[in-house]
Ligand binder design. Structure first.
Ligand SMILES: [Zn+2]
Length: 412
């Protein structure tokens, strides 16, 4: 079978989807269940039905687009990504995996391929955390990582519950029904832009992802004692910001000394109270984001941060409270899917790089219920989540070709 990707059509579809946006071009904004997102869903559904595919939506709005295999009783081979976009984002994040997935299916249809396992394109609801403050809602629920009860407790930025938002969007059904049955998928593959600079720098057109790093985030509250910047002398001070400064460097050091390049830690927020030039800081709030590809190593960094907090608190006579806000487990990609992707690259004489996904994706959660891996294509300067995000038509077509080849191999 010869697989021919219709590159120009795929690019024109990416452009058409980018035009369905709440922001002015070239920026793209599509907030889950907002007007642009709903319009984009309808547009996409029509494209899928044009290809003769069966479209269904689950109660959280995940969309399943199925090409029924010759043995429909077998588990399906899945591919897909997301079409929601953070405010002022670009055209390619998520979209390449969705429209590339659709074009991969059409290319296989045109080539006369007949899958034995059904091939299913999956479009996830709310990969981005913009509206509900938590990312990957669709895939978390499919994998049972987020329960229906916990989902019902989510509120959007305006205080509306998930159920209220769903109802307004006309997305219906019991949330309990979202979780997929065991062995629903034989394998899952997500095509995505890299969102980092490695492939471009190495001049390698494709990345086969072998593991997906996952973040844990901490909120750290430091309570000292305030006072007049002139009146309180140094020996009796309990300055919360000086304590925070020591702790921030300890957090950096905990990641640097983990023994692995994959460990990273970032303090991204530092709020100082009362925040006046002549007032000793009495209270500081820090956030820490710790990521790794190895769960044990990441958790040992968190443990080290907790210990450093105790040491700084004792030394500086302040109180330090650490709250773990979120801790997803990293994933190791399934060797069988990694090998299918690698073999498809070789078959088309395309060079590829085994790599780590440093951002997390819906695949992180799919990996808990299906053998999963990802395929990366380069993006210019590694830019993503900004209007000048760019992937070349050649790279998009190559990614789609390898995806099609891989779906064929896995569905035979
Ligand atoms: Zn994405």
């Amino acid at each position: 079978m010869k697989i021919e990707v219709d590159g120009p059509r795929l690019i024109s579809e990416i452009e058409a989807l980018a035009a369905i946006s709440d922001a002015e071009a070239p920026a793209v904004t599509r907030i889950v269940f907002g007007s642009a997102d709903l319009k984009a869903r309808a547009w996409l559904k029509a494209r899928c039905e044009d290809a003769g595919l069966a479209v269904r939506q689950d109660p959280i709005g995940n969309t399943f687009v199925r090409w029924i295999g010759s043995d429909p009783t077998l588990p399906a081979v899945g591919t897909g990504s997301h079409i929601d976009a953070i405010p002022n984002a670009g055209k390619y994040d998520g979209v390449v995996g969705v429209l590339g997935g659709l074009e991969a299916i059409r290319a296989l249809q045109r080539g006369g391929f007949r899958p034995r396992h059904s091939i299913e394109l999956l479009v996830f609801t709310s990969e981005e955390p913009t509206r509900f403050g938590i990312g990957c809602i669709g895939s978390r629920m499919l994998s049972g990582t987020l329960s229906a009860d916990a989902a019902r407790r989510l509120k959007d930025n305006d205080g509306a519950s998930l159920d209220e938002v769903r109802e307004r969007a006309d997305v219906r059904g019991e949330l309990e029904a979202v979780k997929l049955p065991a062995a629903y998928y034989k394998a899952f593959v997500e095509l995505h832009i890299e969102q980092g600079p490695v492939l471009e720098r190495e001049r390698i057109p494709l990345g086969v992802v072998t593991s997906i790093a996952a973040p844990a985030s901490l909120m750290i509250s430091i309570e000292g004692s305030g006072g007049h910047a002139g009146g309180v002398l140094m020996p009796v001070r309990r300055d919360a910001l000086c304590a925070a400064a020591e702790l921030v460097l300890s957090i950096e050091n905990a990641a640097r000394s983990s023994g692995a390049v994959d460990t990273v830690a970032t303090v991204g927020i530092c709020e100082v109270f009362p925040g006046a030039v002549n007032s000793i800081p009495s209270r500081v709030r820090l956030t820490a984001d710790v990521r790794d590809t190895d769960l044990e190593r990441r958790d040992s960094v968190i443990e080290e941060i907790n210990l450093a907090g105790d040491v700084v608190a004792a030394k500086r006579h302040v109180s330090i409270q650490t709250e773990l806000l979120n801790a997803d487990a990293p994933a190791t990609c399934a060797p069988v899917v990694v090998e299918a992707l690698s073999e498809s690259c070789r078959k088309h004489n395309l060079n590829f790089l085994p790599m780590v996904s440093r951002a997390y994706h819906d695949s992180l959660f799919m990996s808990r219920i299906a053998p999963t891996a990802m395929l990366f294509i380069p993006c210019r300067n590694g830019y993503s989540h900004r209007p000048d995000e760019y992937a070349s038509p050649e790279d998009i077509a190559r990614g789609t070709l390898v995806l099609a080849e891989t779906l064929a191999a896995l569905s035979r």
